[in-house]
Design a protein around this ligand. Structure first.
Ligand code: MLC
Length: 327
């Protein structure tokens, strides 16, 4: 998601992005996920040509990067066989997406090999590319050669509060500044189709310097089911861009991000998973400098299986904020 915030508090500056949706979305958990009924449900216009529309648009008024990647993956996946799954994708966001018009997705079939198939997808608005994305698909080939890191040990999602519950708690504090209250109220009204439970909720009042690492449970809002396991990768592509680049800012609580936008995004899918079930998203920023930041992420199934890995570089333009804190 991109943020261009001047006078209002950005979700990046809050140390965590907020998938609130206090209204209809929050109450519709047992309904089909809007991610599959709407966001990732592309209209097929012709062979290898699709049209996607928007659901939630960030306050930056640029299209959410995760939505564009998820839709591009849906378009690419439609051109390969049933038992062929995306194992990696590499994208560049080359222009801001315009929320006023739909996005066209043009798929180019680069190669179909015996084991691997490669597709190139161009997302187009106003006749120009906004995203270029390469996706590689692999036919399942079992192998005894296997290893993975271990999932970090964290409390289960049932023991943690949702972002909405955390915000309600912050809003009930009598000493909360009016500006912060307004910012949080706006965040609560957002209709992001993702649920999040932070493992270490930020202390929005004291804004302590933290390591640029984050852990949160995440899942699509609503039901997706096991009918189409490929769709879960598209949903994960959407989810993986949310609250990802913000990891870079955790070490700089005194900085207000004026302009944050992802430049690229890469994903590697390792194992089958359901994106409508809780997954642990472990994110860390290994480097920031020169108005850019680099983040890496791992999406874990709750049984400890590594589902996917991600990486992203983004542009981050900041101005220093004066705080009242003497800490
Ligand atoms: C990264 C780019 C802006 C680079 O393009 P250019 O090289 O032409 O741009 P540029 O360096 O001149 O910067 C132009 C934009 O930066 C703003 N800008 C320039 N200097 C600034 C400053 N000091 N402080 C704040 N903003 C500044 C301008 O207003 C303008 O915004 P403006 O362009 O608004 O007028 C572009 O390629 C692009 O927009 N790519 C798409 C990025 C994107 O939408 N990613 C997906 C969403 S992000 C996401 O989903 C993840 C997330 O946010 O976590």
């Amino acid at each position: 998601m991109s943020e261009k915030v001047s006078n209002e508090t950005s979700d990046h500056s809050m140390d965590f992005a907020v998938p609130a949706g206090s209204g209809a979305l929050a109450e519709s958990h047992d309904l089909r996920s809007i991610l599959v009924t709407s966001v990732l449900n592309l209209e097929k216009l012709d062979i290898d040509l699709y049209r996607g529309t928007h659901h939630w648009v960030p306050r930056s008024r640029r299209l959410f990067g995760g939505q564009i990647i998820g839709q591009a993956l849906v378009a690419a996946a439609d051109s390969v066989g049933e038992n062929v799954f995306a194992h990696s994708l590499h994208c560049y966001f080359v222009r801001a997406g315009d929320p006023k018009v739909p996005v066209l997705y043009q798929v180019e079939r680069i190669r179909d090999g015996r084991s691997f198939s490669v597709r190139s997808v161009k997302a187009i608005q106003h006749g120009q590319p906004i995203l270029i994305c390469q996706v590689s698909f692999h036919r399942d080939q079992p192998s005894p050669l296997q290893h993975q890191f271990s999932m970090p040990s964290v409390p289960p999602p049932e023991d943690l509060l949702t972002v909405e519950e955390l915000i309600q708690g912050y809003l009930s504090k009598p000493d909360l500044a009016e500006k912060a209250k307004q910012g949080l109220t706006k965040l609560l009204a957002d209709e992001v189709p993702i649920e999040i439970k932070p493992v270490n909720p930020p202390d929005i009042q004291y804004r302590r310097v933290r390591e640029p690492k984050n852990l949160f449970w995440v899942r699509a809002r609503g039901h997706i089911g096991e009918g189409d396991m490929k769709l879960h990768r598209c949903v994960a592509a959407y989810v993986s861009d949310y609250s990802f680049l913000g990891t870079t800012l955790l070490s700089f609580p005194g900085q207000r991000a004026n302009f944050v936008a992802s430049l690229d995004h890469a994903m590697w899918f390792h194992n089958i998973f359901r994106a409508d079930q809780w997954m642990l998203y472990e994110t860390e920023s290994s480097w920031a400098g020169g108005s850019r930041g680099l983040v890496q992420g791992r999406l874990w199934r709750r049984d400890g299986v590594l589902a996917a890995s991600c990486a992203q570089e983004g542009v981050i333009r900041v101005s220093t904020v004066k705080t009242d804190s003497k800490l």
